[in-house]
Design a protein. Sequence first.
Length: 425
Amino acid sequence: MPAIETSSKGEHKFTFEADEVPANPPGAADMTDEELNAEHLRRVKNDPTFREGKAPESWKFHDEISWEQEVESCYGKKWGNQGIGKLREVIVTRPSYNEFLDIFFEDSAGYMEQWTPERPDPDVWYEQYETLKQNYRDNGVLVHEVIVPKQTMGPYGHMRWWAFGADTGSILNGGAIIPRAGYFGSQKGRESLWQQVLALLNIPISYTVRGKGVAELGGQVWLDNHHMIVSDGTVMNLDGARQLKQIFAQSDAKLIQIPTSGHYEETAFPSGGTSHVDMVLTVPKPGVVVLYPPYTGFATVKFFKRLGYQIIEVPSDEYLSGVYNAVVLEPGKIMTPTIGAKRTIKALEAAGVEIVPTEMTEGMKAGGLVKCSTCMARRDQGPAVEQLLETPLETFAPELAVPDYVKNWKDPAWDWGYSLDGMQA
């Protein structure tokens, strides 16, 4: 981490060390100028534009070399979490002091207590959080941890849901998308701190959801390398989905937007529903989906039946177990809660899915479980859904395809002091 000096005027000076430059060779700080020059001459041979004694052939960076080919050499790793291949790295955030504040539980409806107004037990939650980290490590996953201070105030007061680090960002192949929360004001403000975490890990940032777009990507679910299932509800509106459509396309991916239930006056289970896809379904392996149909629409059921998937239906009396809120470690192996989900777990095992029990009873009291608690940063390429490679989503399930983004120039993003109407095509 660079040394930071701040002047009385608020100006900053950042000083980096040699080992903080991702592409530097090991031990660069101790190398002589001759050794560094030798390393330069070795690497310049890989520059497709370089010609000794002549101007560079710059057009090759336009027509022959893509940014994706350079990302590992520039940022240190091929970051990206698309699909259900083997998971390599995650980011988790320790439950914060704010998760237990009286003010949130004195008005449980106002602060979006969906499942139960019970206050989480801090000791149990921290124990379950440590188990979450250990389960990842036991399965060969690198765990990057974020610990926030006691005092975390956002634009609308105390921030909460720090524990649900899935909101850190959605990391596509090559870069992260910073989400825009849509549930309630206490979520706002976490983005700036988590964005610093991404920068310190050298994860490039591709896009930030803006305007009136809402897109909480941490709660969405990958079907395969090329298709993410997102919601049409409180945490994802059409504007947000339209913005993301073009960004996902740059990473060879599409959005499948399914209907989800939402709340009005009542937020407690079952009335409040949910708008996060990972509180409705999970795809543990190709050909299998775990689904709670009451919190989505019949179009979702039809979609999976068209694909020929086995649907493992979560009974209503097992919904609060959170068994659907799973993280795929690799195809056919998941970390998920098991307490209170006896029938669903039995069906998963019968379908050939290996279960790593990861209980999050206290997280559920605050609003989330295993997947909610995890920002998946890097995973291997996984299997693709062949039907959607042969028949595009727009033909296979047009009702679930996201339309293109169209700018409404009559609704400018900023107050310019004058009208932009004349820019409308």
